[in-house]
Design a binder for this molecule. Structure first.
Ligand code: OAD
Length: 247
């Protein structure tokens, strides 16, 4: 079912790089942002994921993130996450760059995971950056920094904020030297993450998109697999295993 060209690229590939987005966690029961019914069809992103929104209504912002944290307590990695974990051992070098804040790649056991948009589990002071470890109950009181008294916030990257510089630099370095690049479960709408598949292509990688729906990147992809990642990634894993066994 997979093309000979894809197989040849796997045979030759030493380095594989993966960019993931919310779609990879869909089959773990988590909502995406831009699908029909997704978060951004119900909320204005600027109200919930920007400095302006936080200044305007910190309680609303915290309520939304606490809701998402609570949803996460029951979420488990799905077969897509586990297949990516196994792929790590089948290439000389392999890294995942994720826009997801849910830590499900870590839970699946992947070791080289870089979080482009932070994570939703941790919190820090919005003013001085101090990591905040105390229990949070926003219905009782909004968390405040014990040192500078600034508001504490979830450790995610909001619209208008810089991505962690070291993570972005690694993403660019890894992408430039990738032989195979997978863009999985992302609408490829949010920059700079959305630039990575383009950079991979310019740098000579074979770029595979996995997404049940077309995106603005689809026409640039070498291979577009219109399947849920939890279904197709285990099949790709099997293909790579067979190829490596016969190497
Ligand atoms: P989006 O919601 O924009 O895109 C999710 C993509 O997943 C869509 O293209 C879907 O077609 C696809 N999808 C749905 N189900 C899938 C499945 N089972 N398998 C594979 N793909 C599936 O989410 P992201 O691209 O991750 O940032 O969004 C990027 C950023 O925008 C997020 O990190 C977040 C958001 O605003 C911030 O909050 C800063």
């Amino acid at each position: 079912m997979f093309s000979q060209e894809f197989k040849n690229r796997i045979i030759e590939a030493k380095s594989a790089v993966v960019l993931t987005g919310a779609g990879v966690s869909k089959e773990s029961g988590l909502d995406t942002f831009r699908d029909p019914g997704g978060f951004w069809s119900q909320h204005n992103p600027m109200d919930l994921a920007s400095q302006g929104g936080f200044a305007e209504n910190p309680k609303l912002v915290w309520q939304w993130y606490m809701f998402r944290r609570n949803t996460l307590t029951n979420a488990k990695p799905n077969p897509g996450h586990f297949a990516l974990k196994e792929m790590e051992n089948l290439f000389e070098s392999f890294a995942i760059f994720t826009q997801n804040v849910d830590r499900l790649h870590h839970q699946a056991g992947s070791r080289k995971v870089y979080e482009l948009h932070g994570n939703i589990i941790e919190s820090h002071c919005n003013d001085c950056g101090l990591v905040y470890l105390d229990e949070i109950d926003v219905e009782k009181a909004l968390p405040v920094c014990p040192v500078c008294k600034g508001f504490v916030r979830p450790s995610v990257v909001w619209f208008g904020e810089q991505l962690p510089e070291d993570v972005l630099e690694s993403a660019v370095d890894w992408t430039r030297s990738a032989d195979l690049f997978f863009t999985i479960g992302t609408s490829a709408e949010v920059y700079p993450a959305a630039q990575l598949p383009h950079l991979a292509k310019e740098s000579g990688a074979y770029v595979v998109e996995i997404n049940p729906n077309p995106t603005s990147f689809t026409r640039f992809a070498d291979l577009s697999l219109r399947e849920p990642s939890g279904i197709i990634l285990p099949q790709i894993l099997e293909l790579i295993r067979e190829i490596r066994l016969n190497d």
